[in-house]
Ligand binder design. Sequence first.
Ligand code: ADP
Ligand code: MG
Length: 818
Amino acid sequence: MSLNAEPLRKILELECKKGYVDSAVIGGLDKFLHNWAGQAVESITSPQLLRRFNKFHLAKSDYASLSKEQRKEWIDSILGFLVEVEGGEKEKGKVSPPEAVSKPTPKPRAKRAAAAQSIDSPITIVKGISSTMAAKFARLGVKTVRDLLYFFPHRHLDYSQRKTISQLAEGTEETIVANVWEARETRLGGRRSTEATVGDETGNVRVVWFNNPYLVKTLTTNTRVVISGRVGVFKGRHVFQSPEWELIEDRELVHAGRLVPLYSLTSGLHPRQVRKLMKGVVDQWAWQVEDFLPPELIERQKLLELPQAISQAHFPDDEGMKTRARVRLAFDELFLLQLGVLSKKRDWQEGQPGNAIGTDKAVLETFIKSLPFELTGAQKKSLEEMLGDLGRPQAMSRLLQGDVGSGKTVVATAALLMAAASGYQGALMAPTEILAGQHFSTICQLLSAVAKPEETDDYIRVYSELLSRPLTVALLIGAITQTKKRGLQQRILDGSIDIVIGTHALIQKEVEFYKLGLAVIDEQHRFGVEQRSALRQKGFNPHVSVMTATPIPRTLALTLYGDLDLSVIDELPPGRLAVKTKWLKPAQRKSAYNFIKKQISEGRQAFIICPLIEESEAIQARAAVVEYERLANEVFPELKLGLLHGRISTADKEEVMQRFYSGELHILVATPVVEVGIDVPNATVMLVESADRFGLSQLHQFRGRVGRGQEQSYCMLLAENPSQVARQRLDIIESTLDGFQLAEEDLKLRGPGEFFGTRQSGLPDLRMAKISDVALLEIARSEALKLFEKDKNLQNPEHKLLVKELARVWTSEAGEWS
Ligand code: ADP
Ligand code: MG
């Protein structure tokens, strides 16, 4: 490994800056120097330099015991020496390449290579990493020295507590320091192995290493060795079997006698080898990672400095340091994430002016009065928040969260109406064509109560008598003919359509607006930060509201939707009967079917969700057809059933939905992939097959399809053979109707992977941060806000490194936004 004087210089300069109080390095400067010197000396080949270098006695330094004056003098002299060495190199046009110390007259080729080395160099610059090995690291996503530094162990073994041999207890992980009395090759289980006897002042113990005869050469008599591992018993006596071991030399321990890192490796990489490599890399390079956090933030939050955090995350001095390292690194992740989402928000709020859309109070009042119901308090509050945002010249970006059936659509409609009343266009986007169609008819229905329909077409409605001009609402979906679609697009472009409803894709890709003022995005699980940005690129910087029925705990909301403000409709319209939920045993299937028959005979309708099949959509579709035929022919031969699955054409889907909506079909059979986000108040039964295999939030979504009318509704969950965890889930969903509570439970039971799957959401990777880091996340967010307050565009030179780091984490992972 080539050596660079840079880390030494940095540490010493830091020590100066801190006032020579031996605080530059955790664990003290001496420890760092001893380590550093061991490696430096190896790489100095010039005898003259080596002689001068040795005068400083770095390998045996005793900085801790010096007076402050002595410390200053000593450090100054070393820094002077380094300046001399580095300066000499700079004259030759090089910045302190490691060989500067070792090769006074380097060959030009070697020199060039050395000068190019940085922590962003490929890992092959590390001595001991061949290109074959680099390929193995690449499989772990590790390509540069920086990647290697950020390749943290998944856990540590605590070998830091030393015991004497007499204190060893069977079955526990123990560490001893002992003398090798004898090591010999032996055969164990037919394999060549090593067997040793080691001892300390309290006794002797046997140690064996299976399948490893080579240790005999290393463990010569009287060498001192650290052994860490589980204590076993063989023939009544203690024995260590293939423990970690390390010779006691002047260097810091790596494999034993400390908190030993365990890395998640791929085949062909060996733990001992990687650990040793890592120690070298960390010692040499961690100090060169520039700390991108503003110093006063580090101070305020009592965080470790970045180089220390990285080095302690790999080779912690103790548990306390390990924790502090994790906190610092997790803070970085959360802080950068918050900075990223907040800067996106800033970009669209400040980057281009938005449109202040006033509230036409008369129109709003007329509309609200015409509704067949009174708005709930939560709806009123959310609407007020939205209208408040619309009135400001910065573009709104608001998440409207509300449980299924809480009445988000009417709130969105009122806001869209206000945009139209002010001469802007509004857009409502749904994830599927079915939902878009349903929104269209819902909105038209609401408007019909208050305005006079003039032109009625399947895809366009014109209303008079509400605004001072006609109000035109259109549905733009793939099912309509090309000619018609082009006609609609033309009318959206020339501004004669006020409110357009469609799918995400249509509005994103094909449609240009005359004057888009407000975009409402419904059920946007698939609508990430980047898509929201794309929408804003359309030129008008519209106000954006995202509606979701998936309750997201606050931690996640801040993370996944940190760029949005939050409105919550936390109240259901009054008079709703709670959906009765029951988890049924397989033997009760027949009675479930009978129950459905009875409900239908009373004039109700039912949903049946097909079993979850995790294979391809095609296989799932085929299975759904089989299930549908079984239900239609054998179970409900006298009833009318419809089928929805992912392979059915949009037009056919639409037709089936329409027939169910109109009451012509009694039962709608659907695969879980199909959005059944439709509002059929007459449907009172939801039967979910293989319910044990769905998450709580998803089951709750299914259940939300019923209970929308005046009649008592029921949700029946069938589970063939639920696991322990699944039983727990089913119990919870049976007893809880609160979507937020279910989401929290879901997180606890399934872990954050599903929700926090940051790759999926297009956010930077979180390695150190955990879902439970709520407090840290709040701190990170408030620090990020504070920073933007002080330096809105992060132009301040002291934030240069931060900006660089931000660009690094947000571009490397952000390829796949979904
Ligand atoms: P969400 O989209 O939030 O799941 P919807 O907007 O589809 O809910 O509303 C569900 C049903 O409740 C609709 O039939 C709607 O007309 C009705 N609704 C909405 N608000 C109220 C209210 N304040 N009182 C009574 N019914 C309401
Ligand atoms: Mg809805």
